[in-house]
Design a protein around this ligand. Structure first.
Ligand SMILES: Cc1cc2nc3c(=O)[nH]c(=O)nc-3n(C[C@H](O)[C@H](O)[C@H](O)COP(=O)(O)OP(=O)(O)OC[C@H]3O[C@@H](n4cnc5c(N)ncnc54)[C@H](O)[C@@H]3O)c2cc1C
Length: 569
């Protein structure tokens, strides 16, 4: 099972077998032993019994039948799925030496994990290197802690907001340290079960190496402790970190980032949030719901400028209704400490204004973790914002090096990073030639109501030359929203006039994120098979569900919303 460090000079075949009947790790061990017993067979490897696959090297004299029979003798079924002739080292590094691994992955976030796992599933050996906390951003300081805090804030806030008669508003305050501890427990549990244990389950196929790494060549990485590892291909999945605006005085004032805001020992009484996109809005509402006085300073003329203007306006209204103060068109310039408060000086409409609060949160985007990786030395180019340039196949400008996730110039979502990781490993190790297709990219911002979108906005569709029609349905026409006594939000559909194809959908609704995947399918099949708005109208939707709003929005292309009956369709 261990990699052979001696170059193989004779002609050998690389084989992949499909194995049926394995039900546990010891089955895998039996199969490996049975195959290794055969003369001329070596390097037998099963990436885990669940894979139902084995890879091995065999002399050309060893026939397919010999291999199948050996497995059958051990009590399992086998078929040869793939046989390729290999000459020389099966792990060439380009310098005549055999590599330690087939693939080295730098970073254990969603992107890196997916790359290492895919390599193992394909029957290769990967090393995954982590200098920080295993699991990277999403589980430790991103999706998981933010979403559990958001949900806690929602629960705390819900009875008060929705105004159900007979339901009491929570009187007790928030136990901040218990809240933080609960969040930390969830993070620790998920890091262990979804990252540490998963890596361990791949045994020898994925080796976890703990240190900071940089590229020594396009086949080698060197760690801070001086160890050098080599591989045929390298995947960079080093992620990104919060970007701090270079405000005048910033070096003298400690500001919060999303990471430190979610780890505060004490709830701040007041908070200035610089930035009105996903992270800024999610954390603004969370803190506000727990009782912090929150002010958002947004540079663009509106919040969430990548979303439909109606959605931006409605979410601003929802946040203001909860006591959040919002300023748009703000250009922050300087920051200072004064009497225990932080003061941000900013320009609005050509005038100077000052904003003060106990804490300031910078939610102004993320900076890629590229410095100190030695990228320039190996010819890996960055784009003008400093992100690694990649093709849709996740290749960098050095054909031996791939990059995935937040460190690249692709959207910063964990599911994009993970998809890219699998594609990078596949392309690095095989000749499959897979591409990352982001045509249909569902996105969710976890405010309450949630902002969700897929496909084109109205403005994007017009710019692309479509003859566009739109429908916008306020949530007060959706029975589920009425029953839940939460009619904040709307659903906007963008379609093409003549073809009636759905081009985009934009949702602001409680749990709107749960709706968006349905409409993502409609947009996808609209593009592929001509699924139309009419098809959406015709479909049966379960009554008293928020997703029914899609059908109602489809109907409003034709009908006045006021004529929509509750249940008559
Ligand atoms: C507050 C917040 C909330 C978010 N919420 C969501 C959400 O709800 N849904 C969603 O899809 N996305 C969300 N995201 C984005 C998501 O977390 C990221 O897109 C995703 O985690 C990126 O994964 P990655 O693998 O590219 O990088 P990361 O997860 O950042 O992993 C990179 C890893 O590489 C390691 N590393 C860096 N340099 C080196 C080196 N030189 N040597 C060794 N190791 C190194 C780092 O320590 C890190 O562990 C959120 C992000 C934030 C900040």
């Amino acid at each position: 099972m261990k990699p052979n460090h001696q170059p193989i000079t004779e002609v050998q075949d690389q084989l992949e077998l499909e194995i049926d009947g394995m039900t546990c790790e010891s089955c895998a061990t039996h199969v490996v032993h049975a195959l290794e017993e055969l003369k001329g067979v070596e390097d037998v490897h099963i990436p885990g019994w669940q894979s139902g696959r084995a890879t091995l090297m065999a002399d050309t004299a060893v026939s397919d039948e010999d291999l199948v029979e050996a497995v059958e003798q051990a009590g399992y079924e086998a078929a040869v799925a793939n046989r390729r002739t290999e000459t020389g080292s099966q792990h060439p590094t380009g310098n005549g030496h055999k590599a330690d691994h087939d693939l080295i992955v730098i970073g254990t976030g969603g992107g890196g994990m997916a790359a290492a796992i895919k390599a193992a599933e394909l029957g290769y050996r990967a090393a995954i290197i982590e200098g920080g906390t295993i699991g990277g951003t999403c589980v430790n300081i991103g999706c998981v802690p933010s979403k559990t805090l958001i949900r806690a804030a929602e629960v705390y806030h819900r009875a008060a907001y929705h105004g159900f008669k007979g339901v009491q508003t929570r009187a007790e305050g928030v136990d901040w340290s218990a809240l933080m501890q609960h969040k930390d427990e969830l993070v620790a549990e998920m890091r262990q079960s979804k990252y540490v244990d998963v890596l361990a389950s791949y045994g020898d196929n994925v080796t976890l190496i703990r240190d900071w790494a940089r590229l020594k060549s396009d086949h080698q990485v060197i760690l801070d402790d001086g160890r050098v590892f080599s591989a045929n291909k390298v995947v960079i999945a080093t992620g990104a970190r919060p970007k701090i605006l270079p405000l005048q005085g910033i070096e003298t004032v400690e500001v919060l980032t999303s990471t430190t805001a979610m780890a505060l020992e004490q709830q701040p009484g007041s908070l200035l949030v610089i930035g009105g996109r996903a992270v800024g809005l999610e954390l603004s509402q969370t803190f506000a719901r727990f009782g912090t006085q929150v002010t958002i300073l947004q540079r663009s003329p509106r919040l969430v400028p990548d979303h439909e203007p109606e959605i931006a306006e409605a979410v601003a209204e929802a946040l203001r209704a909860e006591g959040v103060t919002i300023h748009t068109g703000v250009i922050p310039q300087a920051i200072r400490e004064e009497n225990g408060h932080k003061v941000v000086t900013a320009e609005i409409d050509g005038k100077q204004r000052e904003f003060r609060a106990e804490q300031v949160l910078m939610a102004t985007g993320r900076t890629p973790n590229t410095p100190a990786l030695g990228l320039a030395e190996v010819g890996v180019e960055l784009d003008e914002r400093g992100f690694i340039k990649v093709t849709d196949r996740m290749e960098t400008t050095n054909s031996n090096i791939y990059a995935v996730g937040d460190v690249t110039n692709r959207p910063e979502f964990v599911y994009v990073a993970a998809a890219a990781g699998g594609i990078a490993a596949t392309n690095a190790l095989t000749d499959e030639g897979e591409s990352l297709n982001l045509n249909i990219l569902p996105e969710v911002i976890f405010t309450d109501p949630q902002i969700a979108k897929v496909g084109l906005t109205e403005a994007e569709a017009v710019t692309r030359g479509y003859d566009v029609k739109v429908s916008a349905l306020p949530l007060e026409y959706v029975p589920r929203a009425l029953a839940a006594r939460d009619t904040r939000g709307l659903i906007k559909l963008v379609a093409e006039q003549g073809s009636d194809r759905l081009l985009g959908a934009h949702v602001l609704a409680a749990e709107g994120g749960e709706i968006i995947q349905t409409v993502a399918l409609a947009v996808k099949f609209g593009l592929q098979y001509g699924f139309t708005v009419e098809n959406l109208r015709e479909m049966l939707f379960p009554y008293l569900n928020q997703v029914e709003g899609l059908k109602l929005s489809a109907q409003t292309f034709e009908k006045d919303v006021a004529q929509l009956s509750c249940c008559a369709g």
